[in-house]
Write a new protein. Structure first.
Length: 255
């Protein structure tokens, strides 16, 4: 068993998570009707940033991982994207954006309410007049939270060289903090090499999320329960947020 960091192998990460799925299609469609300036926070290997730039958007893409950004830039080739290394809780890009995205459940990497507020306020400061902030987070429902800590088979994917990798893992949830610990195992079928990564993510209930948005000067134009536009219900798998700065006269500050 080899212990590794989740984001240290961009090629492997891109092979596993880089496809355009329903979530990516939702955010790409949202961008079609937005203005030209788009900020992709937690951009990873450029899953959204590159097709957005190809579609004619003026894209800035931020990630804390230098390795991810280097891979994304090579993957983009001649496509123009402004790649920025930074923390999406505390960045200052000296401009504003018509659409700010944080997809792939990146919001759940914020493990404290203080970090969540810092992210929302920083995004708010970078929104142009009429701009939108869109992100996703898994809903606090039994589908995600009823876990037994036992290893389960999750999925498989193919590496760039053609090797098949089987992915399994364990989930342990701490209801007091809202934090889930994922221990992920990836096993190559050709060599049997097995690696392990550990990632913690935070779950936030819809009412708490509404309060955070309000306190940070944002109002949810839409709160959806899936990437097909379904309603946010007590059993919906996702919380998909499309928020705007509050209108003049509404209470709540973003300072």
């Amino acid at each position: 068993m080899i212990s590794t960091e989740e984001y240290d192998d961009p090629a492997c990460y891109d092979a596993e998570y880089g496809r355009i799925d329903d979530a990516a299609r939702f955010f790409l469609a949202l961008a079609e009707d937005a203005g030209r300036r788009v900020l992709d926070l937690g951009c990873g290997t450029g899953r959204l940033a590159i097709p957005l730039a190809r579609a004619g958007k003026e894209v800035t893409a931020l990630d804390r991982s230098r390795a991810m950004l280097a891979y994304a830039e090579r993957k983009a080739g001649a496509v123009t994207v402004h790649w920025v290394e930074g923390d999406f809780r505390s960045f200052d890009l000296g401009g504003s954006f018509d659409l700010i995205l944080a997809c792939g459940h990146a919001f759940q990497a914020l493990l404290t309410e203080a970090d969540q507020r810092a992210f929302l306020r920083c995004a708010h400061r970078h929104l142009a007049a009429g701009g939108q902030l869109a992100f996703d987070t898994r809903n606090t429902v039994p589908l995600h939270l009823d876990v037994d800590g036992k290893e389960q088979s999750w999925h498989s994917f193919t590496l760039p060289g053609g090797a098949l990798v089987d992915v399994s893992g364990t989930e342990v949830y701490d209801a007091a903090t809202g934090i889930m610990r994922y221990r992920t195992f990836r096993t190559r079928r050709d060599s049997g090499l097995r690696t392990e990564t550990v990632v913690d993510i935070k779950f936030t209930a819809p009412d708490a999320l509404r309060r955070l948005l309000h306190d940070c000067g944002l109002e949810p134009g839409r709160l959806l329960g899936d990437f097909s536009g379904g309603p946010l219900t007590d059993s919906a798998p996702e919380i998909v947020v499309v928020a705007r700065p509050k209108r003049a006269g509404q209470s709540g500050a973003a300072a």
